[in-house]
Each structure stands twice: as C-alpha cells, then as structure tokens.
Design a protein around this ligand. Structure first.
Ligand SMILES: NC(=O)c1ccc[n+]([C@@H]2O[C@H](COP(=O)([O-])OP(=O)(O)OC[C@H]3O[C@@H](n4cnc5c(N)ncnc54)[C@H](O)[C@@H]3O)[C@@H](O)[C@H]2O)c1
Length: 570
C-alpha cells in the first residue's frame, strides 16, 4: 500500500483487548498511532504531528518496525528508539520503562540547524519536537489551557482583569499548537485577529466542532482589520483569521495606527526552512522555493523574521503588551544576521530581551510550585472514561475554583481529537493523588481501560531552554542542561512507562534540551508505587531546579512538602 493510503488508516486501537504483551507496551503503541491519527496530526502523510516538522517516527519503515517491536516486546524488556528508529531491545526489569527514546540530540558544537538538516536529509536523525517524538501529543487541546491561562494572566497583570472583553489579541500561526490561540482568547472574551499563510490550516480550525477553534476567515486584509476593530469596539467575543503572512498583517496595523492590546506570535519560527514562511512571495511560491533553493529560502525567511521582530518592537512602543510565545522568533532573527543583537537585547547578555518570553512574564511562579501542563488519555477510546476522570479530579480538589471552571469549560467547549484526552495544570503533591485515584478507578472498573498520564515538555524541571522555559533565571543558569538529563534519569529510576530526551523542541536545534515521561495507570497494585514515585519525583525536579536558582517560592514549596534539597539555604 502506498504511503498516501497508509496514513489514512493510522488510528489507535480502542477497547480492552490488547495486541501487545502488556498494557505499558500497548499504551505506547496506541499513543504512537494516536499521534499520527489524521484527526490529531497536522501532516500525517509525512508522519508530522505538529510544531513545524515534529515527527513521531523517522519514516514509514521505522514506523512499521516500531509497531512490530512493541507487539513482541516482553514485560521485562526495553525498546530503544533513536530519533524515531527502533535500534535495540534489551532485557531490563518488569518495573523499568518499556521504551526509552532519544530524539534530535547532537553534540553541542555541531548542534546547528543546517547540519541537522543535512543529517535529516541523509535519513540519520529526526526532529521530535516535544510530545510528537515522545508519543504523548493530544491535539490542540494540549496547549489550550496554557494559552488561555497565559492570556488571562497577561490581562490580570496589565489590565487588572482576566476578562479580556473589549481587548484585541493579535498573533500568527494556526497550526498544531498555534491553532489554540483564537479559542484560548475568545474563552477569555477577547477579540482575536491572527494571520496564517496556509489556507488548509485555517480551514481545519474552522471545521472543528463544539465549538470551532476559529470563528471566521476574512481574506481581504483591511476588511479583516476592520472586522476585528468593530468586534473589539462592541466588546464582541470573536476570532478572525486573515490568510496571509503575519508580517504583512503587522505592517498594515502599524500603517493604520492600530495597536493591539496583546501581541505575540506562534508561527514556526524555530525552523527557518521547514516552518517559517517568508513574506514577499505567495505561499505556493514559498513552498516551491523551499524545494528548489533552500539557501535562498533561509535567507528570505531570516530577513522576514528580522522585520517581524522590528514590527513587534514598534507596536510595543505604541503600547501593545508584547511577549514571545515560545517559538524563538527573537533568537532566530538574530541568528539570521538581519537583526542586530542590540536591537532586541543587551549584546551577549542572556535573557535581556526588550520584550519578554511568556515564561518569565507569566508562568515562572507556577513552575516554582512544580506546576505545568499535565495530561491524560483514555485508552478505551470512550469519552465517558474522560468524564469519569474529570469527576475524580473535581472531587480531589473541590476548593480549586480555577481548576473546576476549566474542567467544566473543557467538557462543554473542547473537542476531542483522536483518543479522548484531558489537560489541566497540576503541581507537586497533586499529580500523584490524581494518578493513584485513576489507577484505583481502572482497577474497580469505573474506567473501562487504562489511562495514560504524561505531560508536555513545556515543564518546570525537565527543560533547559534559555529563550523559553529557562529564560532570565534568577541565578543566570539559563543554559545549563544538566537538569533535563537528571529529570529523565530519575524518571527511568522511578519506573515510568516510557521516557525521552530531546533537543531543539519549541525553539529549534541547538536552543534547548528537554525530557518527557509517561506512566500508565493499568489498574494493577504493582503499578501503584511506580505511579506514586513518577508523579512525585517528576515535578519534584522542578522544585529542586527553581530552589537551586534561588526562587523563594520554590524553597517554600520544598520546605512545605519536606523535599530533601541538601544546600537549600545556599
Ligand atoms: N508556547 C508554547 O507553549 C509552545 C508549545 C509548542 C510549540 N511552540 C512553538 O510554537 C510554534 C508553533 O507550533 P505549532 O505546533 O503551531 O506549529 P505548526 O508548524 O503546526 O504551525 C505553525 C503555523 O505557522 C504558519 N506560518 C509559518 N510562518 C508564517 C508566517 N510568516 N505568517 C503566517 N503564518 C505562518 C504555518 O503555516 C503553520 O500553520 C513552533 O515554533 C513551536 O515550536 C510553542
């Protein structure tokens, strides 16, 4: 069967009968296939899940081999995946991870995007993004709550309210993650105006149901701006996409003297060749140039990024609250050579950006509490199983009003993609309770099949990413990458079901090192201790990381929970 046909058949098995020799392998298999389900993945025909070229397997042959390995894998064996290719199976322990994954890692001196592209073209490496190559992507919902919280927190910080009625949010991108922005903004009652060059991505967001991720597409630029201003002035909750380059949108906003209230960007700027699209040519011409003359494409792409950053600075100077949204646009614009470093930060001074990243601006206090996007998936495929897990979480945290509100909103407003899943931000001392309660519910048959629990690599303890998660750390330790490695090794030692170490996720090759973990609640008593340890230790490394950097909030959390941090007082 040709690849075009194969991808249409990619879908995780549902139900309680398994094709593997245990639920941990079965879960890995279902999550791998779920990542590639056409309902979930952005470009399943290329094995691309989201985030530019974030893949779940290196190629079709590797995908078939991984599936076969998982089916044959014994309950005391561990499968090794090197950048989307299965490379070995070893005897380990029944409580060891069934799969260990390393994606996109290069020795630091050689960790450039150009060299990575050469190796990728030679079929030797794959870009795993964050949850694509670590098999725990759940579609656009995976970023929705975080994006919504970021907009609300920005509102509270800058306008004194998280209700964004009468406020205009402007951004770029409507892909896997960026496609959450319009709904995240309208959930906070804002008016949203975004640019997306690829009409297919706009149509995909318009086609989503219950409700739509996007309200309206307007192809005339001035009409799109007029409609957004009209909605803002009438305090109307509405999202509008203009099909075109975000730089052209920002240029026109500047010319017309229109200042957004919140301004950010989530185009795939981390990848100047296969993600970001240059201005001055049509989308089709850009795709053709990408194939025909990659060097010229890169040059134009970097040039556009420089203009993009300058326009963001101009609009910021006019009063727009401006922040980087984790795609490394600022860093890539400098890298390309068309933007002087001093235009956007103090030369040579890490973290000194003229407009901040979203983590130092809004998220770091949550990281100090071990909080971050925590997610789970019902392997049965039954939406009722997720509704049961929602009930369990609500019962566990009856006083956490924002959490209860989110879960109710998610039940009513967020469509499932692929296997039913849920996301919410939980911290240290909370995740283990949820995991154990889910495991008990599986054991008692209240949930029909096991639940997989994982998290994003946008995380408190498992990421070193100086232009994102670890931007502007208190002690200047932004680029120290020991932490994600410690996190991954601790997750292996704690008995996670699969563990991964990646590079380049979010911000591009050479800019980040990060780790992921997944634990399967299979209902057994044997797994209980593993669930407790993984879901305690994993966020625990975030508390250690932030306490070590000198954050008082993290030290307080460590003392409250009696986390042993030997030199906590310096
Ligand atoms: N903030 C976060 O938490 C977070 C999380 C995950 C990913 N990211 C980063 O955000 C970016 C977007 O992720 P994604 O999953 O949506 O990627 P994606 O590749 O699925 O979507 C990006 C979209 O941007 C569009 N685009 C590219 N250049 C454009 C331009 N100049 N003007 C208008 N549209 C343009 C593309 O057509 C594409 O649809 C990536 O860089 C990713 O690494 C951020």
């Amino acid at each position: 069967m040709n690849e075009q046909k194969q991808y249409q058949r990619l879908r995780a098995p549902r139900g309680t009968a398994i094709v593997c020799k245990g639920w941990h392998q079965e879960a890995a298999l279902r999550m791998l296939l779920n990542n590639l389900d056409p309902e979930v993945a952005e470009k399943p025909e290329e094995l691309i899940v989201y985030g530019g070229t974030g893949r779940a397997a290196r190629n079709w042959r590797c995908l078939q081999a991984i599936i076969q390995c998982l089916k044959e894998l014994e309950n005391d064996e561990t499968l090794l995946i090197q950048s989307g290719k299965p490379v070995g199976v070893f005897k380990t322990f029944s409580s060891a991870p069934r799969v260990i994954i390393a994606n996109s890692n290069l020795v630091p001196h050689w960790a450039t995007k150009t060299y990575f592209d050469e190796l990728e073209a030679a079929g030797l490496i794959m870009f795993g993004q964050m949850t694509a190559g670590s098999w725990i992507y759940i579609g656009t919902q995976g970023i929705l709550q975080g994006t919504h919280q970021t907009f609300v927190t920005a509102g509270i910080k800058h306008f004194g309210t998280g209700d964004l009625a009468g406020r205009l949010v402007v951004s770029g991108g409507l892909g896997g993650m960026s496609g959450a922005q319009p709904l995240a903004a309208t959930m906070a009652n804002a008016t949203y105006l975004g640019a997306e060059v690829d009409p297919k991505r706009i149509e995909r967001r318009l086609a989503s149901k219950k409700p739509r991720y996007l309200d309206e597409r307007i192809d005339d630029l001035d009409r799109a701006i007029d409609a957004a201003l009209d909605a803002k002035n009438h305090r109307q909750t509405k999202s509008i996409a203009w099909c075109g380059n975000v730089v052209d949108l920002l240029r026109r906003l500047k010319e017309r003297n229109v200042t957004p209230d919140l301004l950010t960007d989530q185009t795939s700027a981390h990848d100047e060749l296969n993600g970001y699209v240059p201005t001055g040519i049509t989308f089709e011409e850009a795709l053709e140039l990408r194939r025909r003359d990659p060097d010229e494409y890169r040059r134009r792409s970097y040039q556009t990024m420089a203009e993009h950053v300058r326009l963001m600075l101009d609009l910021q100077a006019r009063g727009a609250i401006t922040f980087d949204y984790g795609n490394n646009l600022r860093g890539k614009a400098i890298e390309g050579g068309f933007l002087k470093e001093e235009e956007i930060r103090t030369p040579g001074k890490i973290g000194s950006w003229k407009y901040p990243g979203f983590v130092p601006a809004y998220i770091r206090p949550l990281f100090c509490r071990g909080m971050g996007p925590f997610r789970w998936v019902a392997l049965s495929g039954e939406p009722e199983d997720i509704l049961e897990t929602d009930r369990i979480v609500m019962e566990l945290f009856p006083d956490n009003t924002p959490l209860l509100n989110w879960l109710k909103k998610a039940e009513n407003e967020v469509p499932f993609q692929g296997l039913p899943a849920r996301i919410c931000w939980l911290g240290y001392g909370e995740r283990d309770r949820v995991g154990l309660a889910f495991n008990q519910a599986v054991r008692e048959g209240r949930i029909k099949a096991p639940i997989v629990i994982g998290r994003d690599h946008l995380d408190t303890g498992s990421v070193a990413s100086p232009n994102r998660e670890t931007e502007a750390m208190l002690d200047g330790s932004d680029a120290i990458a020991d932490w994600p490695l410690l996190n991954a090794m601790l997750n292996v030692a704690s008995g996670a079901s699969w563990v991964s170490i990646h590079s380049g996720g979010g911000v591009g090759i050479g800019y980040s090192v990060h780790a992921g973990q997944v634990i399967v609640c299979d209902g057994s008593l044997a797994t209980e201790e593993r669930i407790r340890r993984v879901l305690t230790n994993d966020p625990g490394t975030g508390i250690c990381r932030h306490a070590d950097a000198g954050y008082e909030e993290a030290k307080t959390v460590a003392r409250t929970w009696k986390i042993k941090i030997p030199l906590i007082d310096g």
